[in-house]
Design a protein around this ligand. Structure first.
Ligand code: DGT
Ligand code: MG
Ligand code: MG
Length: 280
């Protein structure tokens, strides 16, 4: 049919029906979208992890085994994620990973796993690039970093506690190993292979002993940031600002202090394996 040959009103009527016919003909493809709603009443955890950060940390000259700039940048990005997105109750980060826990009752985007995961990962990634220069002052970003993401559901509070404990235990094990490993390489002049052989089969106690007897380091005095990672929680904080106000019957403005309570994301470097943290 040559629609252009018809009167304007007639053309609109016909083209409308053609479009709606076509719409209903094509619409079946929507059924191919999988329903990925997370089970109700479960904790939704999104874990993200830097893609090939072994290479990324080498190329950008991260200090070994811990780079304060990198760790603080990760936390800044995680804070941004918590502030920009909805319903994240707590987050935990270490090395090149961060874990975000959505509230059990969250109905954000109808609990669709893909929405949770992609929003977290994209907000985090863009923040990493956006805030890079604030932390790595004279180290340019050499190529765009990437992060992977996954969603895991935990039905009980105990499951969630155990999950976060597992991540913090991982932080401890890796950090203890890396601390001794880099001491052996940087201070004792061992090659990486020699240091690896030296540490093969050693237990935590042996590693503590090497640090103490050979390098005079008490591992327990190493910074909590390195040993425990970072927990992000919401806390009410009092914010004091000064405002200029003109009172009635007065001609000049006066400066007054205004205190407001605000919910803020604050970083902690504490133990989350024991019960104390959860009771508090
Ligand atoms: P992936 O996650 O499978 O794509 O591969 P990677 O290389 O990211 O492996 P992963 O996530 O198991 O290990 C994290 C890497 O990031 C590891 O090679 C050490 C590096 N990394 C993370 N934080 C620091 C840091 O503060 N300093 C240094 N030197 N390296 C770090
Ligand atoms: Mg990684
Ligand atoms: Mg990792």
């Amino acid at each position: 049919m040559r629609l252009w040959a018809l009167a304007v009103g007639e053309r609109a009527r016909l083209s409308g029906s053609v479009v709606s016919m076509a719409k209903s003909k094509f619409e079946y493809v929507r059924a191919f979208e999988a329903d990925d709603a997370c089970l109700p009443n479960t904790w939704v955890v999104v874990r993200l992890d830097g893609r090939n950060f072994h290479r990324f940390s080498e190329k950008h000259g991260f200090t070994k085994p811990n780079d304060d700039r990198a760790l603080h940048l990760m936390t800044k990005c995680a804070q941004t994620v918590m502030e920009e997105l909805e319903d994240i109750a707590i987050a935990y980060g270490q090395s090149d990973e961060y874990n975000f826990v959505f509230k059990k009752k969250s109905n954000w985007f109808k609990r669709r796993a893909s929405k949770f995961m992609t929003h977290v990962v994209s907000q985090f990634s863009s923040s990493y690039v956006f805030y890079w220069k604030d932390y790595f002052k004279d180290q340019p970003l050499l190529y765009p970093p990437g992060f992977d993401g996954r969603v895991v559901l935990y039905p009980s509070n105990q499951n969630l506690k155990d999950y976060l404990s597992w991540r913090q235990a991982d932080c401890h094990i890796n950090n203890l190993y890396n601390t001794v490993f880099w001491m052996l390489v940087q201070r004792s002049g061992l090659t990486p292979v020699q240091a690896q052989n030296r540490l093969q089969g050693t237990l935590a106690g042996d590693k503590n002993e090497i640090l103490f007897s050979e390098f005079n380091i008490n591992y327990n005095n190493e910074p909590l940031l390195y040993r425990k990672g970072t927990v992000l929680i919401w806390q009410k904080v009092n914010e004091v600002t000064t405002k200029r106000i003109q009172f009635p019957k007065e001609t000049e403005e006066k400066e007054v202090e205004v205190t407001r309570t605000r919910n803020k994301v604050v970083p902690l470097h504490c133990d989350i394996i024991g019960d104390q943290f959860w009771e508090d």
